[in-house]
Design a protein around this ligand. Structure first.
Ligand code: TRP
Ligand code: MN
Length: 450
């Protein structure tokens, strides 16, 4: 069934239909940017991507849990250190809550350092008789409804690369240079979170961890020498949507001869670009990075088994993560047949739950939002179905920010529709704020424990 891998090359996607492609007005300018990007240093190394695959293999086999989180879309206007640090704080808090609560190791992957492109349901937008390209994320064009801003500009890919470099540089410093040290666990609890129920619950865990560390030290264990207490492995990921950009980062690993897309450790295929014979599937099947595949409500069990076969022909655990975004009112009906088909085909994958994208609604004001209760309900049902089938609910994929935003309804601090305007700053989809994210992590830790 699988297409022969011999026919793959970094450019073989170009013979296929490219869904969601921007209408680049100047192809020679695009070509110049592609050539320039191809000369740039890689963002990540093959060995790191391989290491993530092996961590994800632990998830596939039920020995670890995947936390994949970050912005819906990163912004060129928001490239400062504080935003990155605050996002990392929330992810570290969630990871601690999950690890401490469940006793299961957590693989940490950010939607960060490259998450700039957005697929759109309408490729163009018309206002008062004027039709312009839809906003496709800062790697392609800009938000204002103006001809100049909306025209796809390939030089934005260079800016996306440079922002990814500086973001990743800071993440590497934070995660290996002391910021993620377990002795600093209190410092990740931000001011506006401390006073919430989740914040207090987190403080209590932080106290426990400090006490445990003191205890181990008193027992004569040299904590300074235990690097795992002081650092975390933190990986990057984004949707591989803009294929000219991704192709420019394909490099051949000198050790194995394998091809890697060095723009991030992990790349995923969106629900809108997962056509079996389409360009995105063709491109990603040939790179050795761990991959994600978004699974929306229109995916049939048969289609899924075929796609898994194409994307993971060697059936290596950790290679492929199925990120289900079915919606709280669909998941109970649709998830089990998908899991059974994959299981019966003997395919070894990670099952992750994206409880965000199937639960987007419009508030009366027209603002896109999500109800925290719907998010929670999808996660709970996801765990329930896996429990029933005896399979491992292996991961959580969410959109969050470290800011105190009011984009999703509900949660501990009870954001209501009237609050949405207070601090609604997302460029695209509504994100969980820090306390909602932490709340979710505590609940998931409980599901994992049971
Ligand atoms: N290195 C371990 C891990 O990643 C323990 C750890 C250190 C940790 N700092 C952390 C866990 C911050 C979560 C968050 O699991
Ligand atoms: Mn999104």
């Amino acid at each position: 069934m699988a297409t022969k891998l011999e026919t793959w090359s970094p450019t073989s996607w170009r013979t296929r239909d490219v869904a969601q492609s921007p209408h680049w007005p100047d192809t020679s300018a695009l070509q110049r940017v592609e050539n320039e990007l191809a000369t740039k240093p890689p963002l990540v190394f093959a060995g790191e991507a391989r290491r993530l695959t092996s961590h994800l293999a632990d998830v596939a086999e039920g020995r670890a849990f995947l936390l994949q989180a970050g912005d819906c879309a990163e912004s060129f206007h928001d490239s400062g250190a504080d935003a990155i640090r605050d996002k990392l704080k929330v992810i570290l808090q969630m990871a601690v809550a999950l690890t401490y609560g469940s006793g299961v190791p957590v693989v940490k992957v950010g939607r960060i350092a490259g998450q700039f492109a957005k697929p759109r349901s309408q490729t163009e937008e018309t206002i008062d008789g004027v039709t312009l390209e839809a906003f496709r994320g800062h790697i392609v064009n800009d938000e204002p409804f103006e001809e100049e801003a909306r025209r796809p500009d390939p030089t934005r890919m260079l800016q996306a690369y440079h922002q990814s470099v500086s973001t990743l540089n800071l993440l590497r410093a934070f995660t290996k240079g002391g910021f993620a040290d377990l002795s600093r666990v209190h410092a990740w609890n931000q001011q506006f979170v401390v006073e919430t129920i989740e914040g207090k619950r987190f403080s209590a865990i932080a106290d426990d961890i400090e006490r445990a560390l003191r205890f181990m030290k008193a027992c004569g264990i040299d904590l300074d020498r235990e690097s795992s207490l002081h650092e975390v492995d933190f990986y990057t990921s984004h949707e591989a949507l803009i294929l000219p950009y991704e192709q420019a980062f394909v490099r051949q690993d000198s050790l194995s001869g394998d091809w890697f897309d060095t723009s991030a450790h992990m790349l995923w295929i969106g629900d809108r670009t997962r056509q079996r014979d389409g360009a995105h599937v063709e491109f990603l099947r040939g790179v050795k990075n761990p991959l994600g595949l978004k699974v929306g409500p229109s995916m049939t069990p048969r289609e899924l088994v075929e796609l898994v076969d194409v994307l993971s022909p060697e059936n290596e655990p950790g290679r492929l993560t199925l990120v289900c975004r079915l919606g709280h009112d669909n998941v109970a009906r649709l998830l089990a047949p998908l899991i059974e088909a994959v299981r019966d085909a003997g395919q070894r994958v990670v099952w992750a739950c994206d409880p965000m994208h199937g639960n987007t609604i419009n508030a009366a004001s027209g603002r896109k939002t999500r109800r925290f209760d719907d998010v929670l309900s999808e996660v709970e049902q996801f765990f329930g179905v896996h429990h029933q089938l005896g399979t491992w609910a292996g991961g959580l994929h969410i959109e969050l920010t470290g800011d105190d935003v009011t984009e999703c309804l509900g949660g501990g601090r009870g954001v209501v529709e009237g609050d949405l305007e207070t601090n609604y700053t997302t460029m695209c989809d509504p994100r969980l704020n820090a306390s909602q994210s932490l709340d979710l992590a505590f609940r998931v830790a409980e599901f994992l424990q049971n």
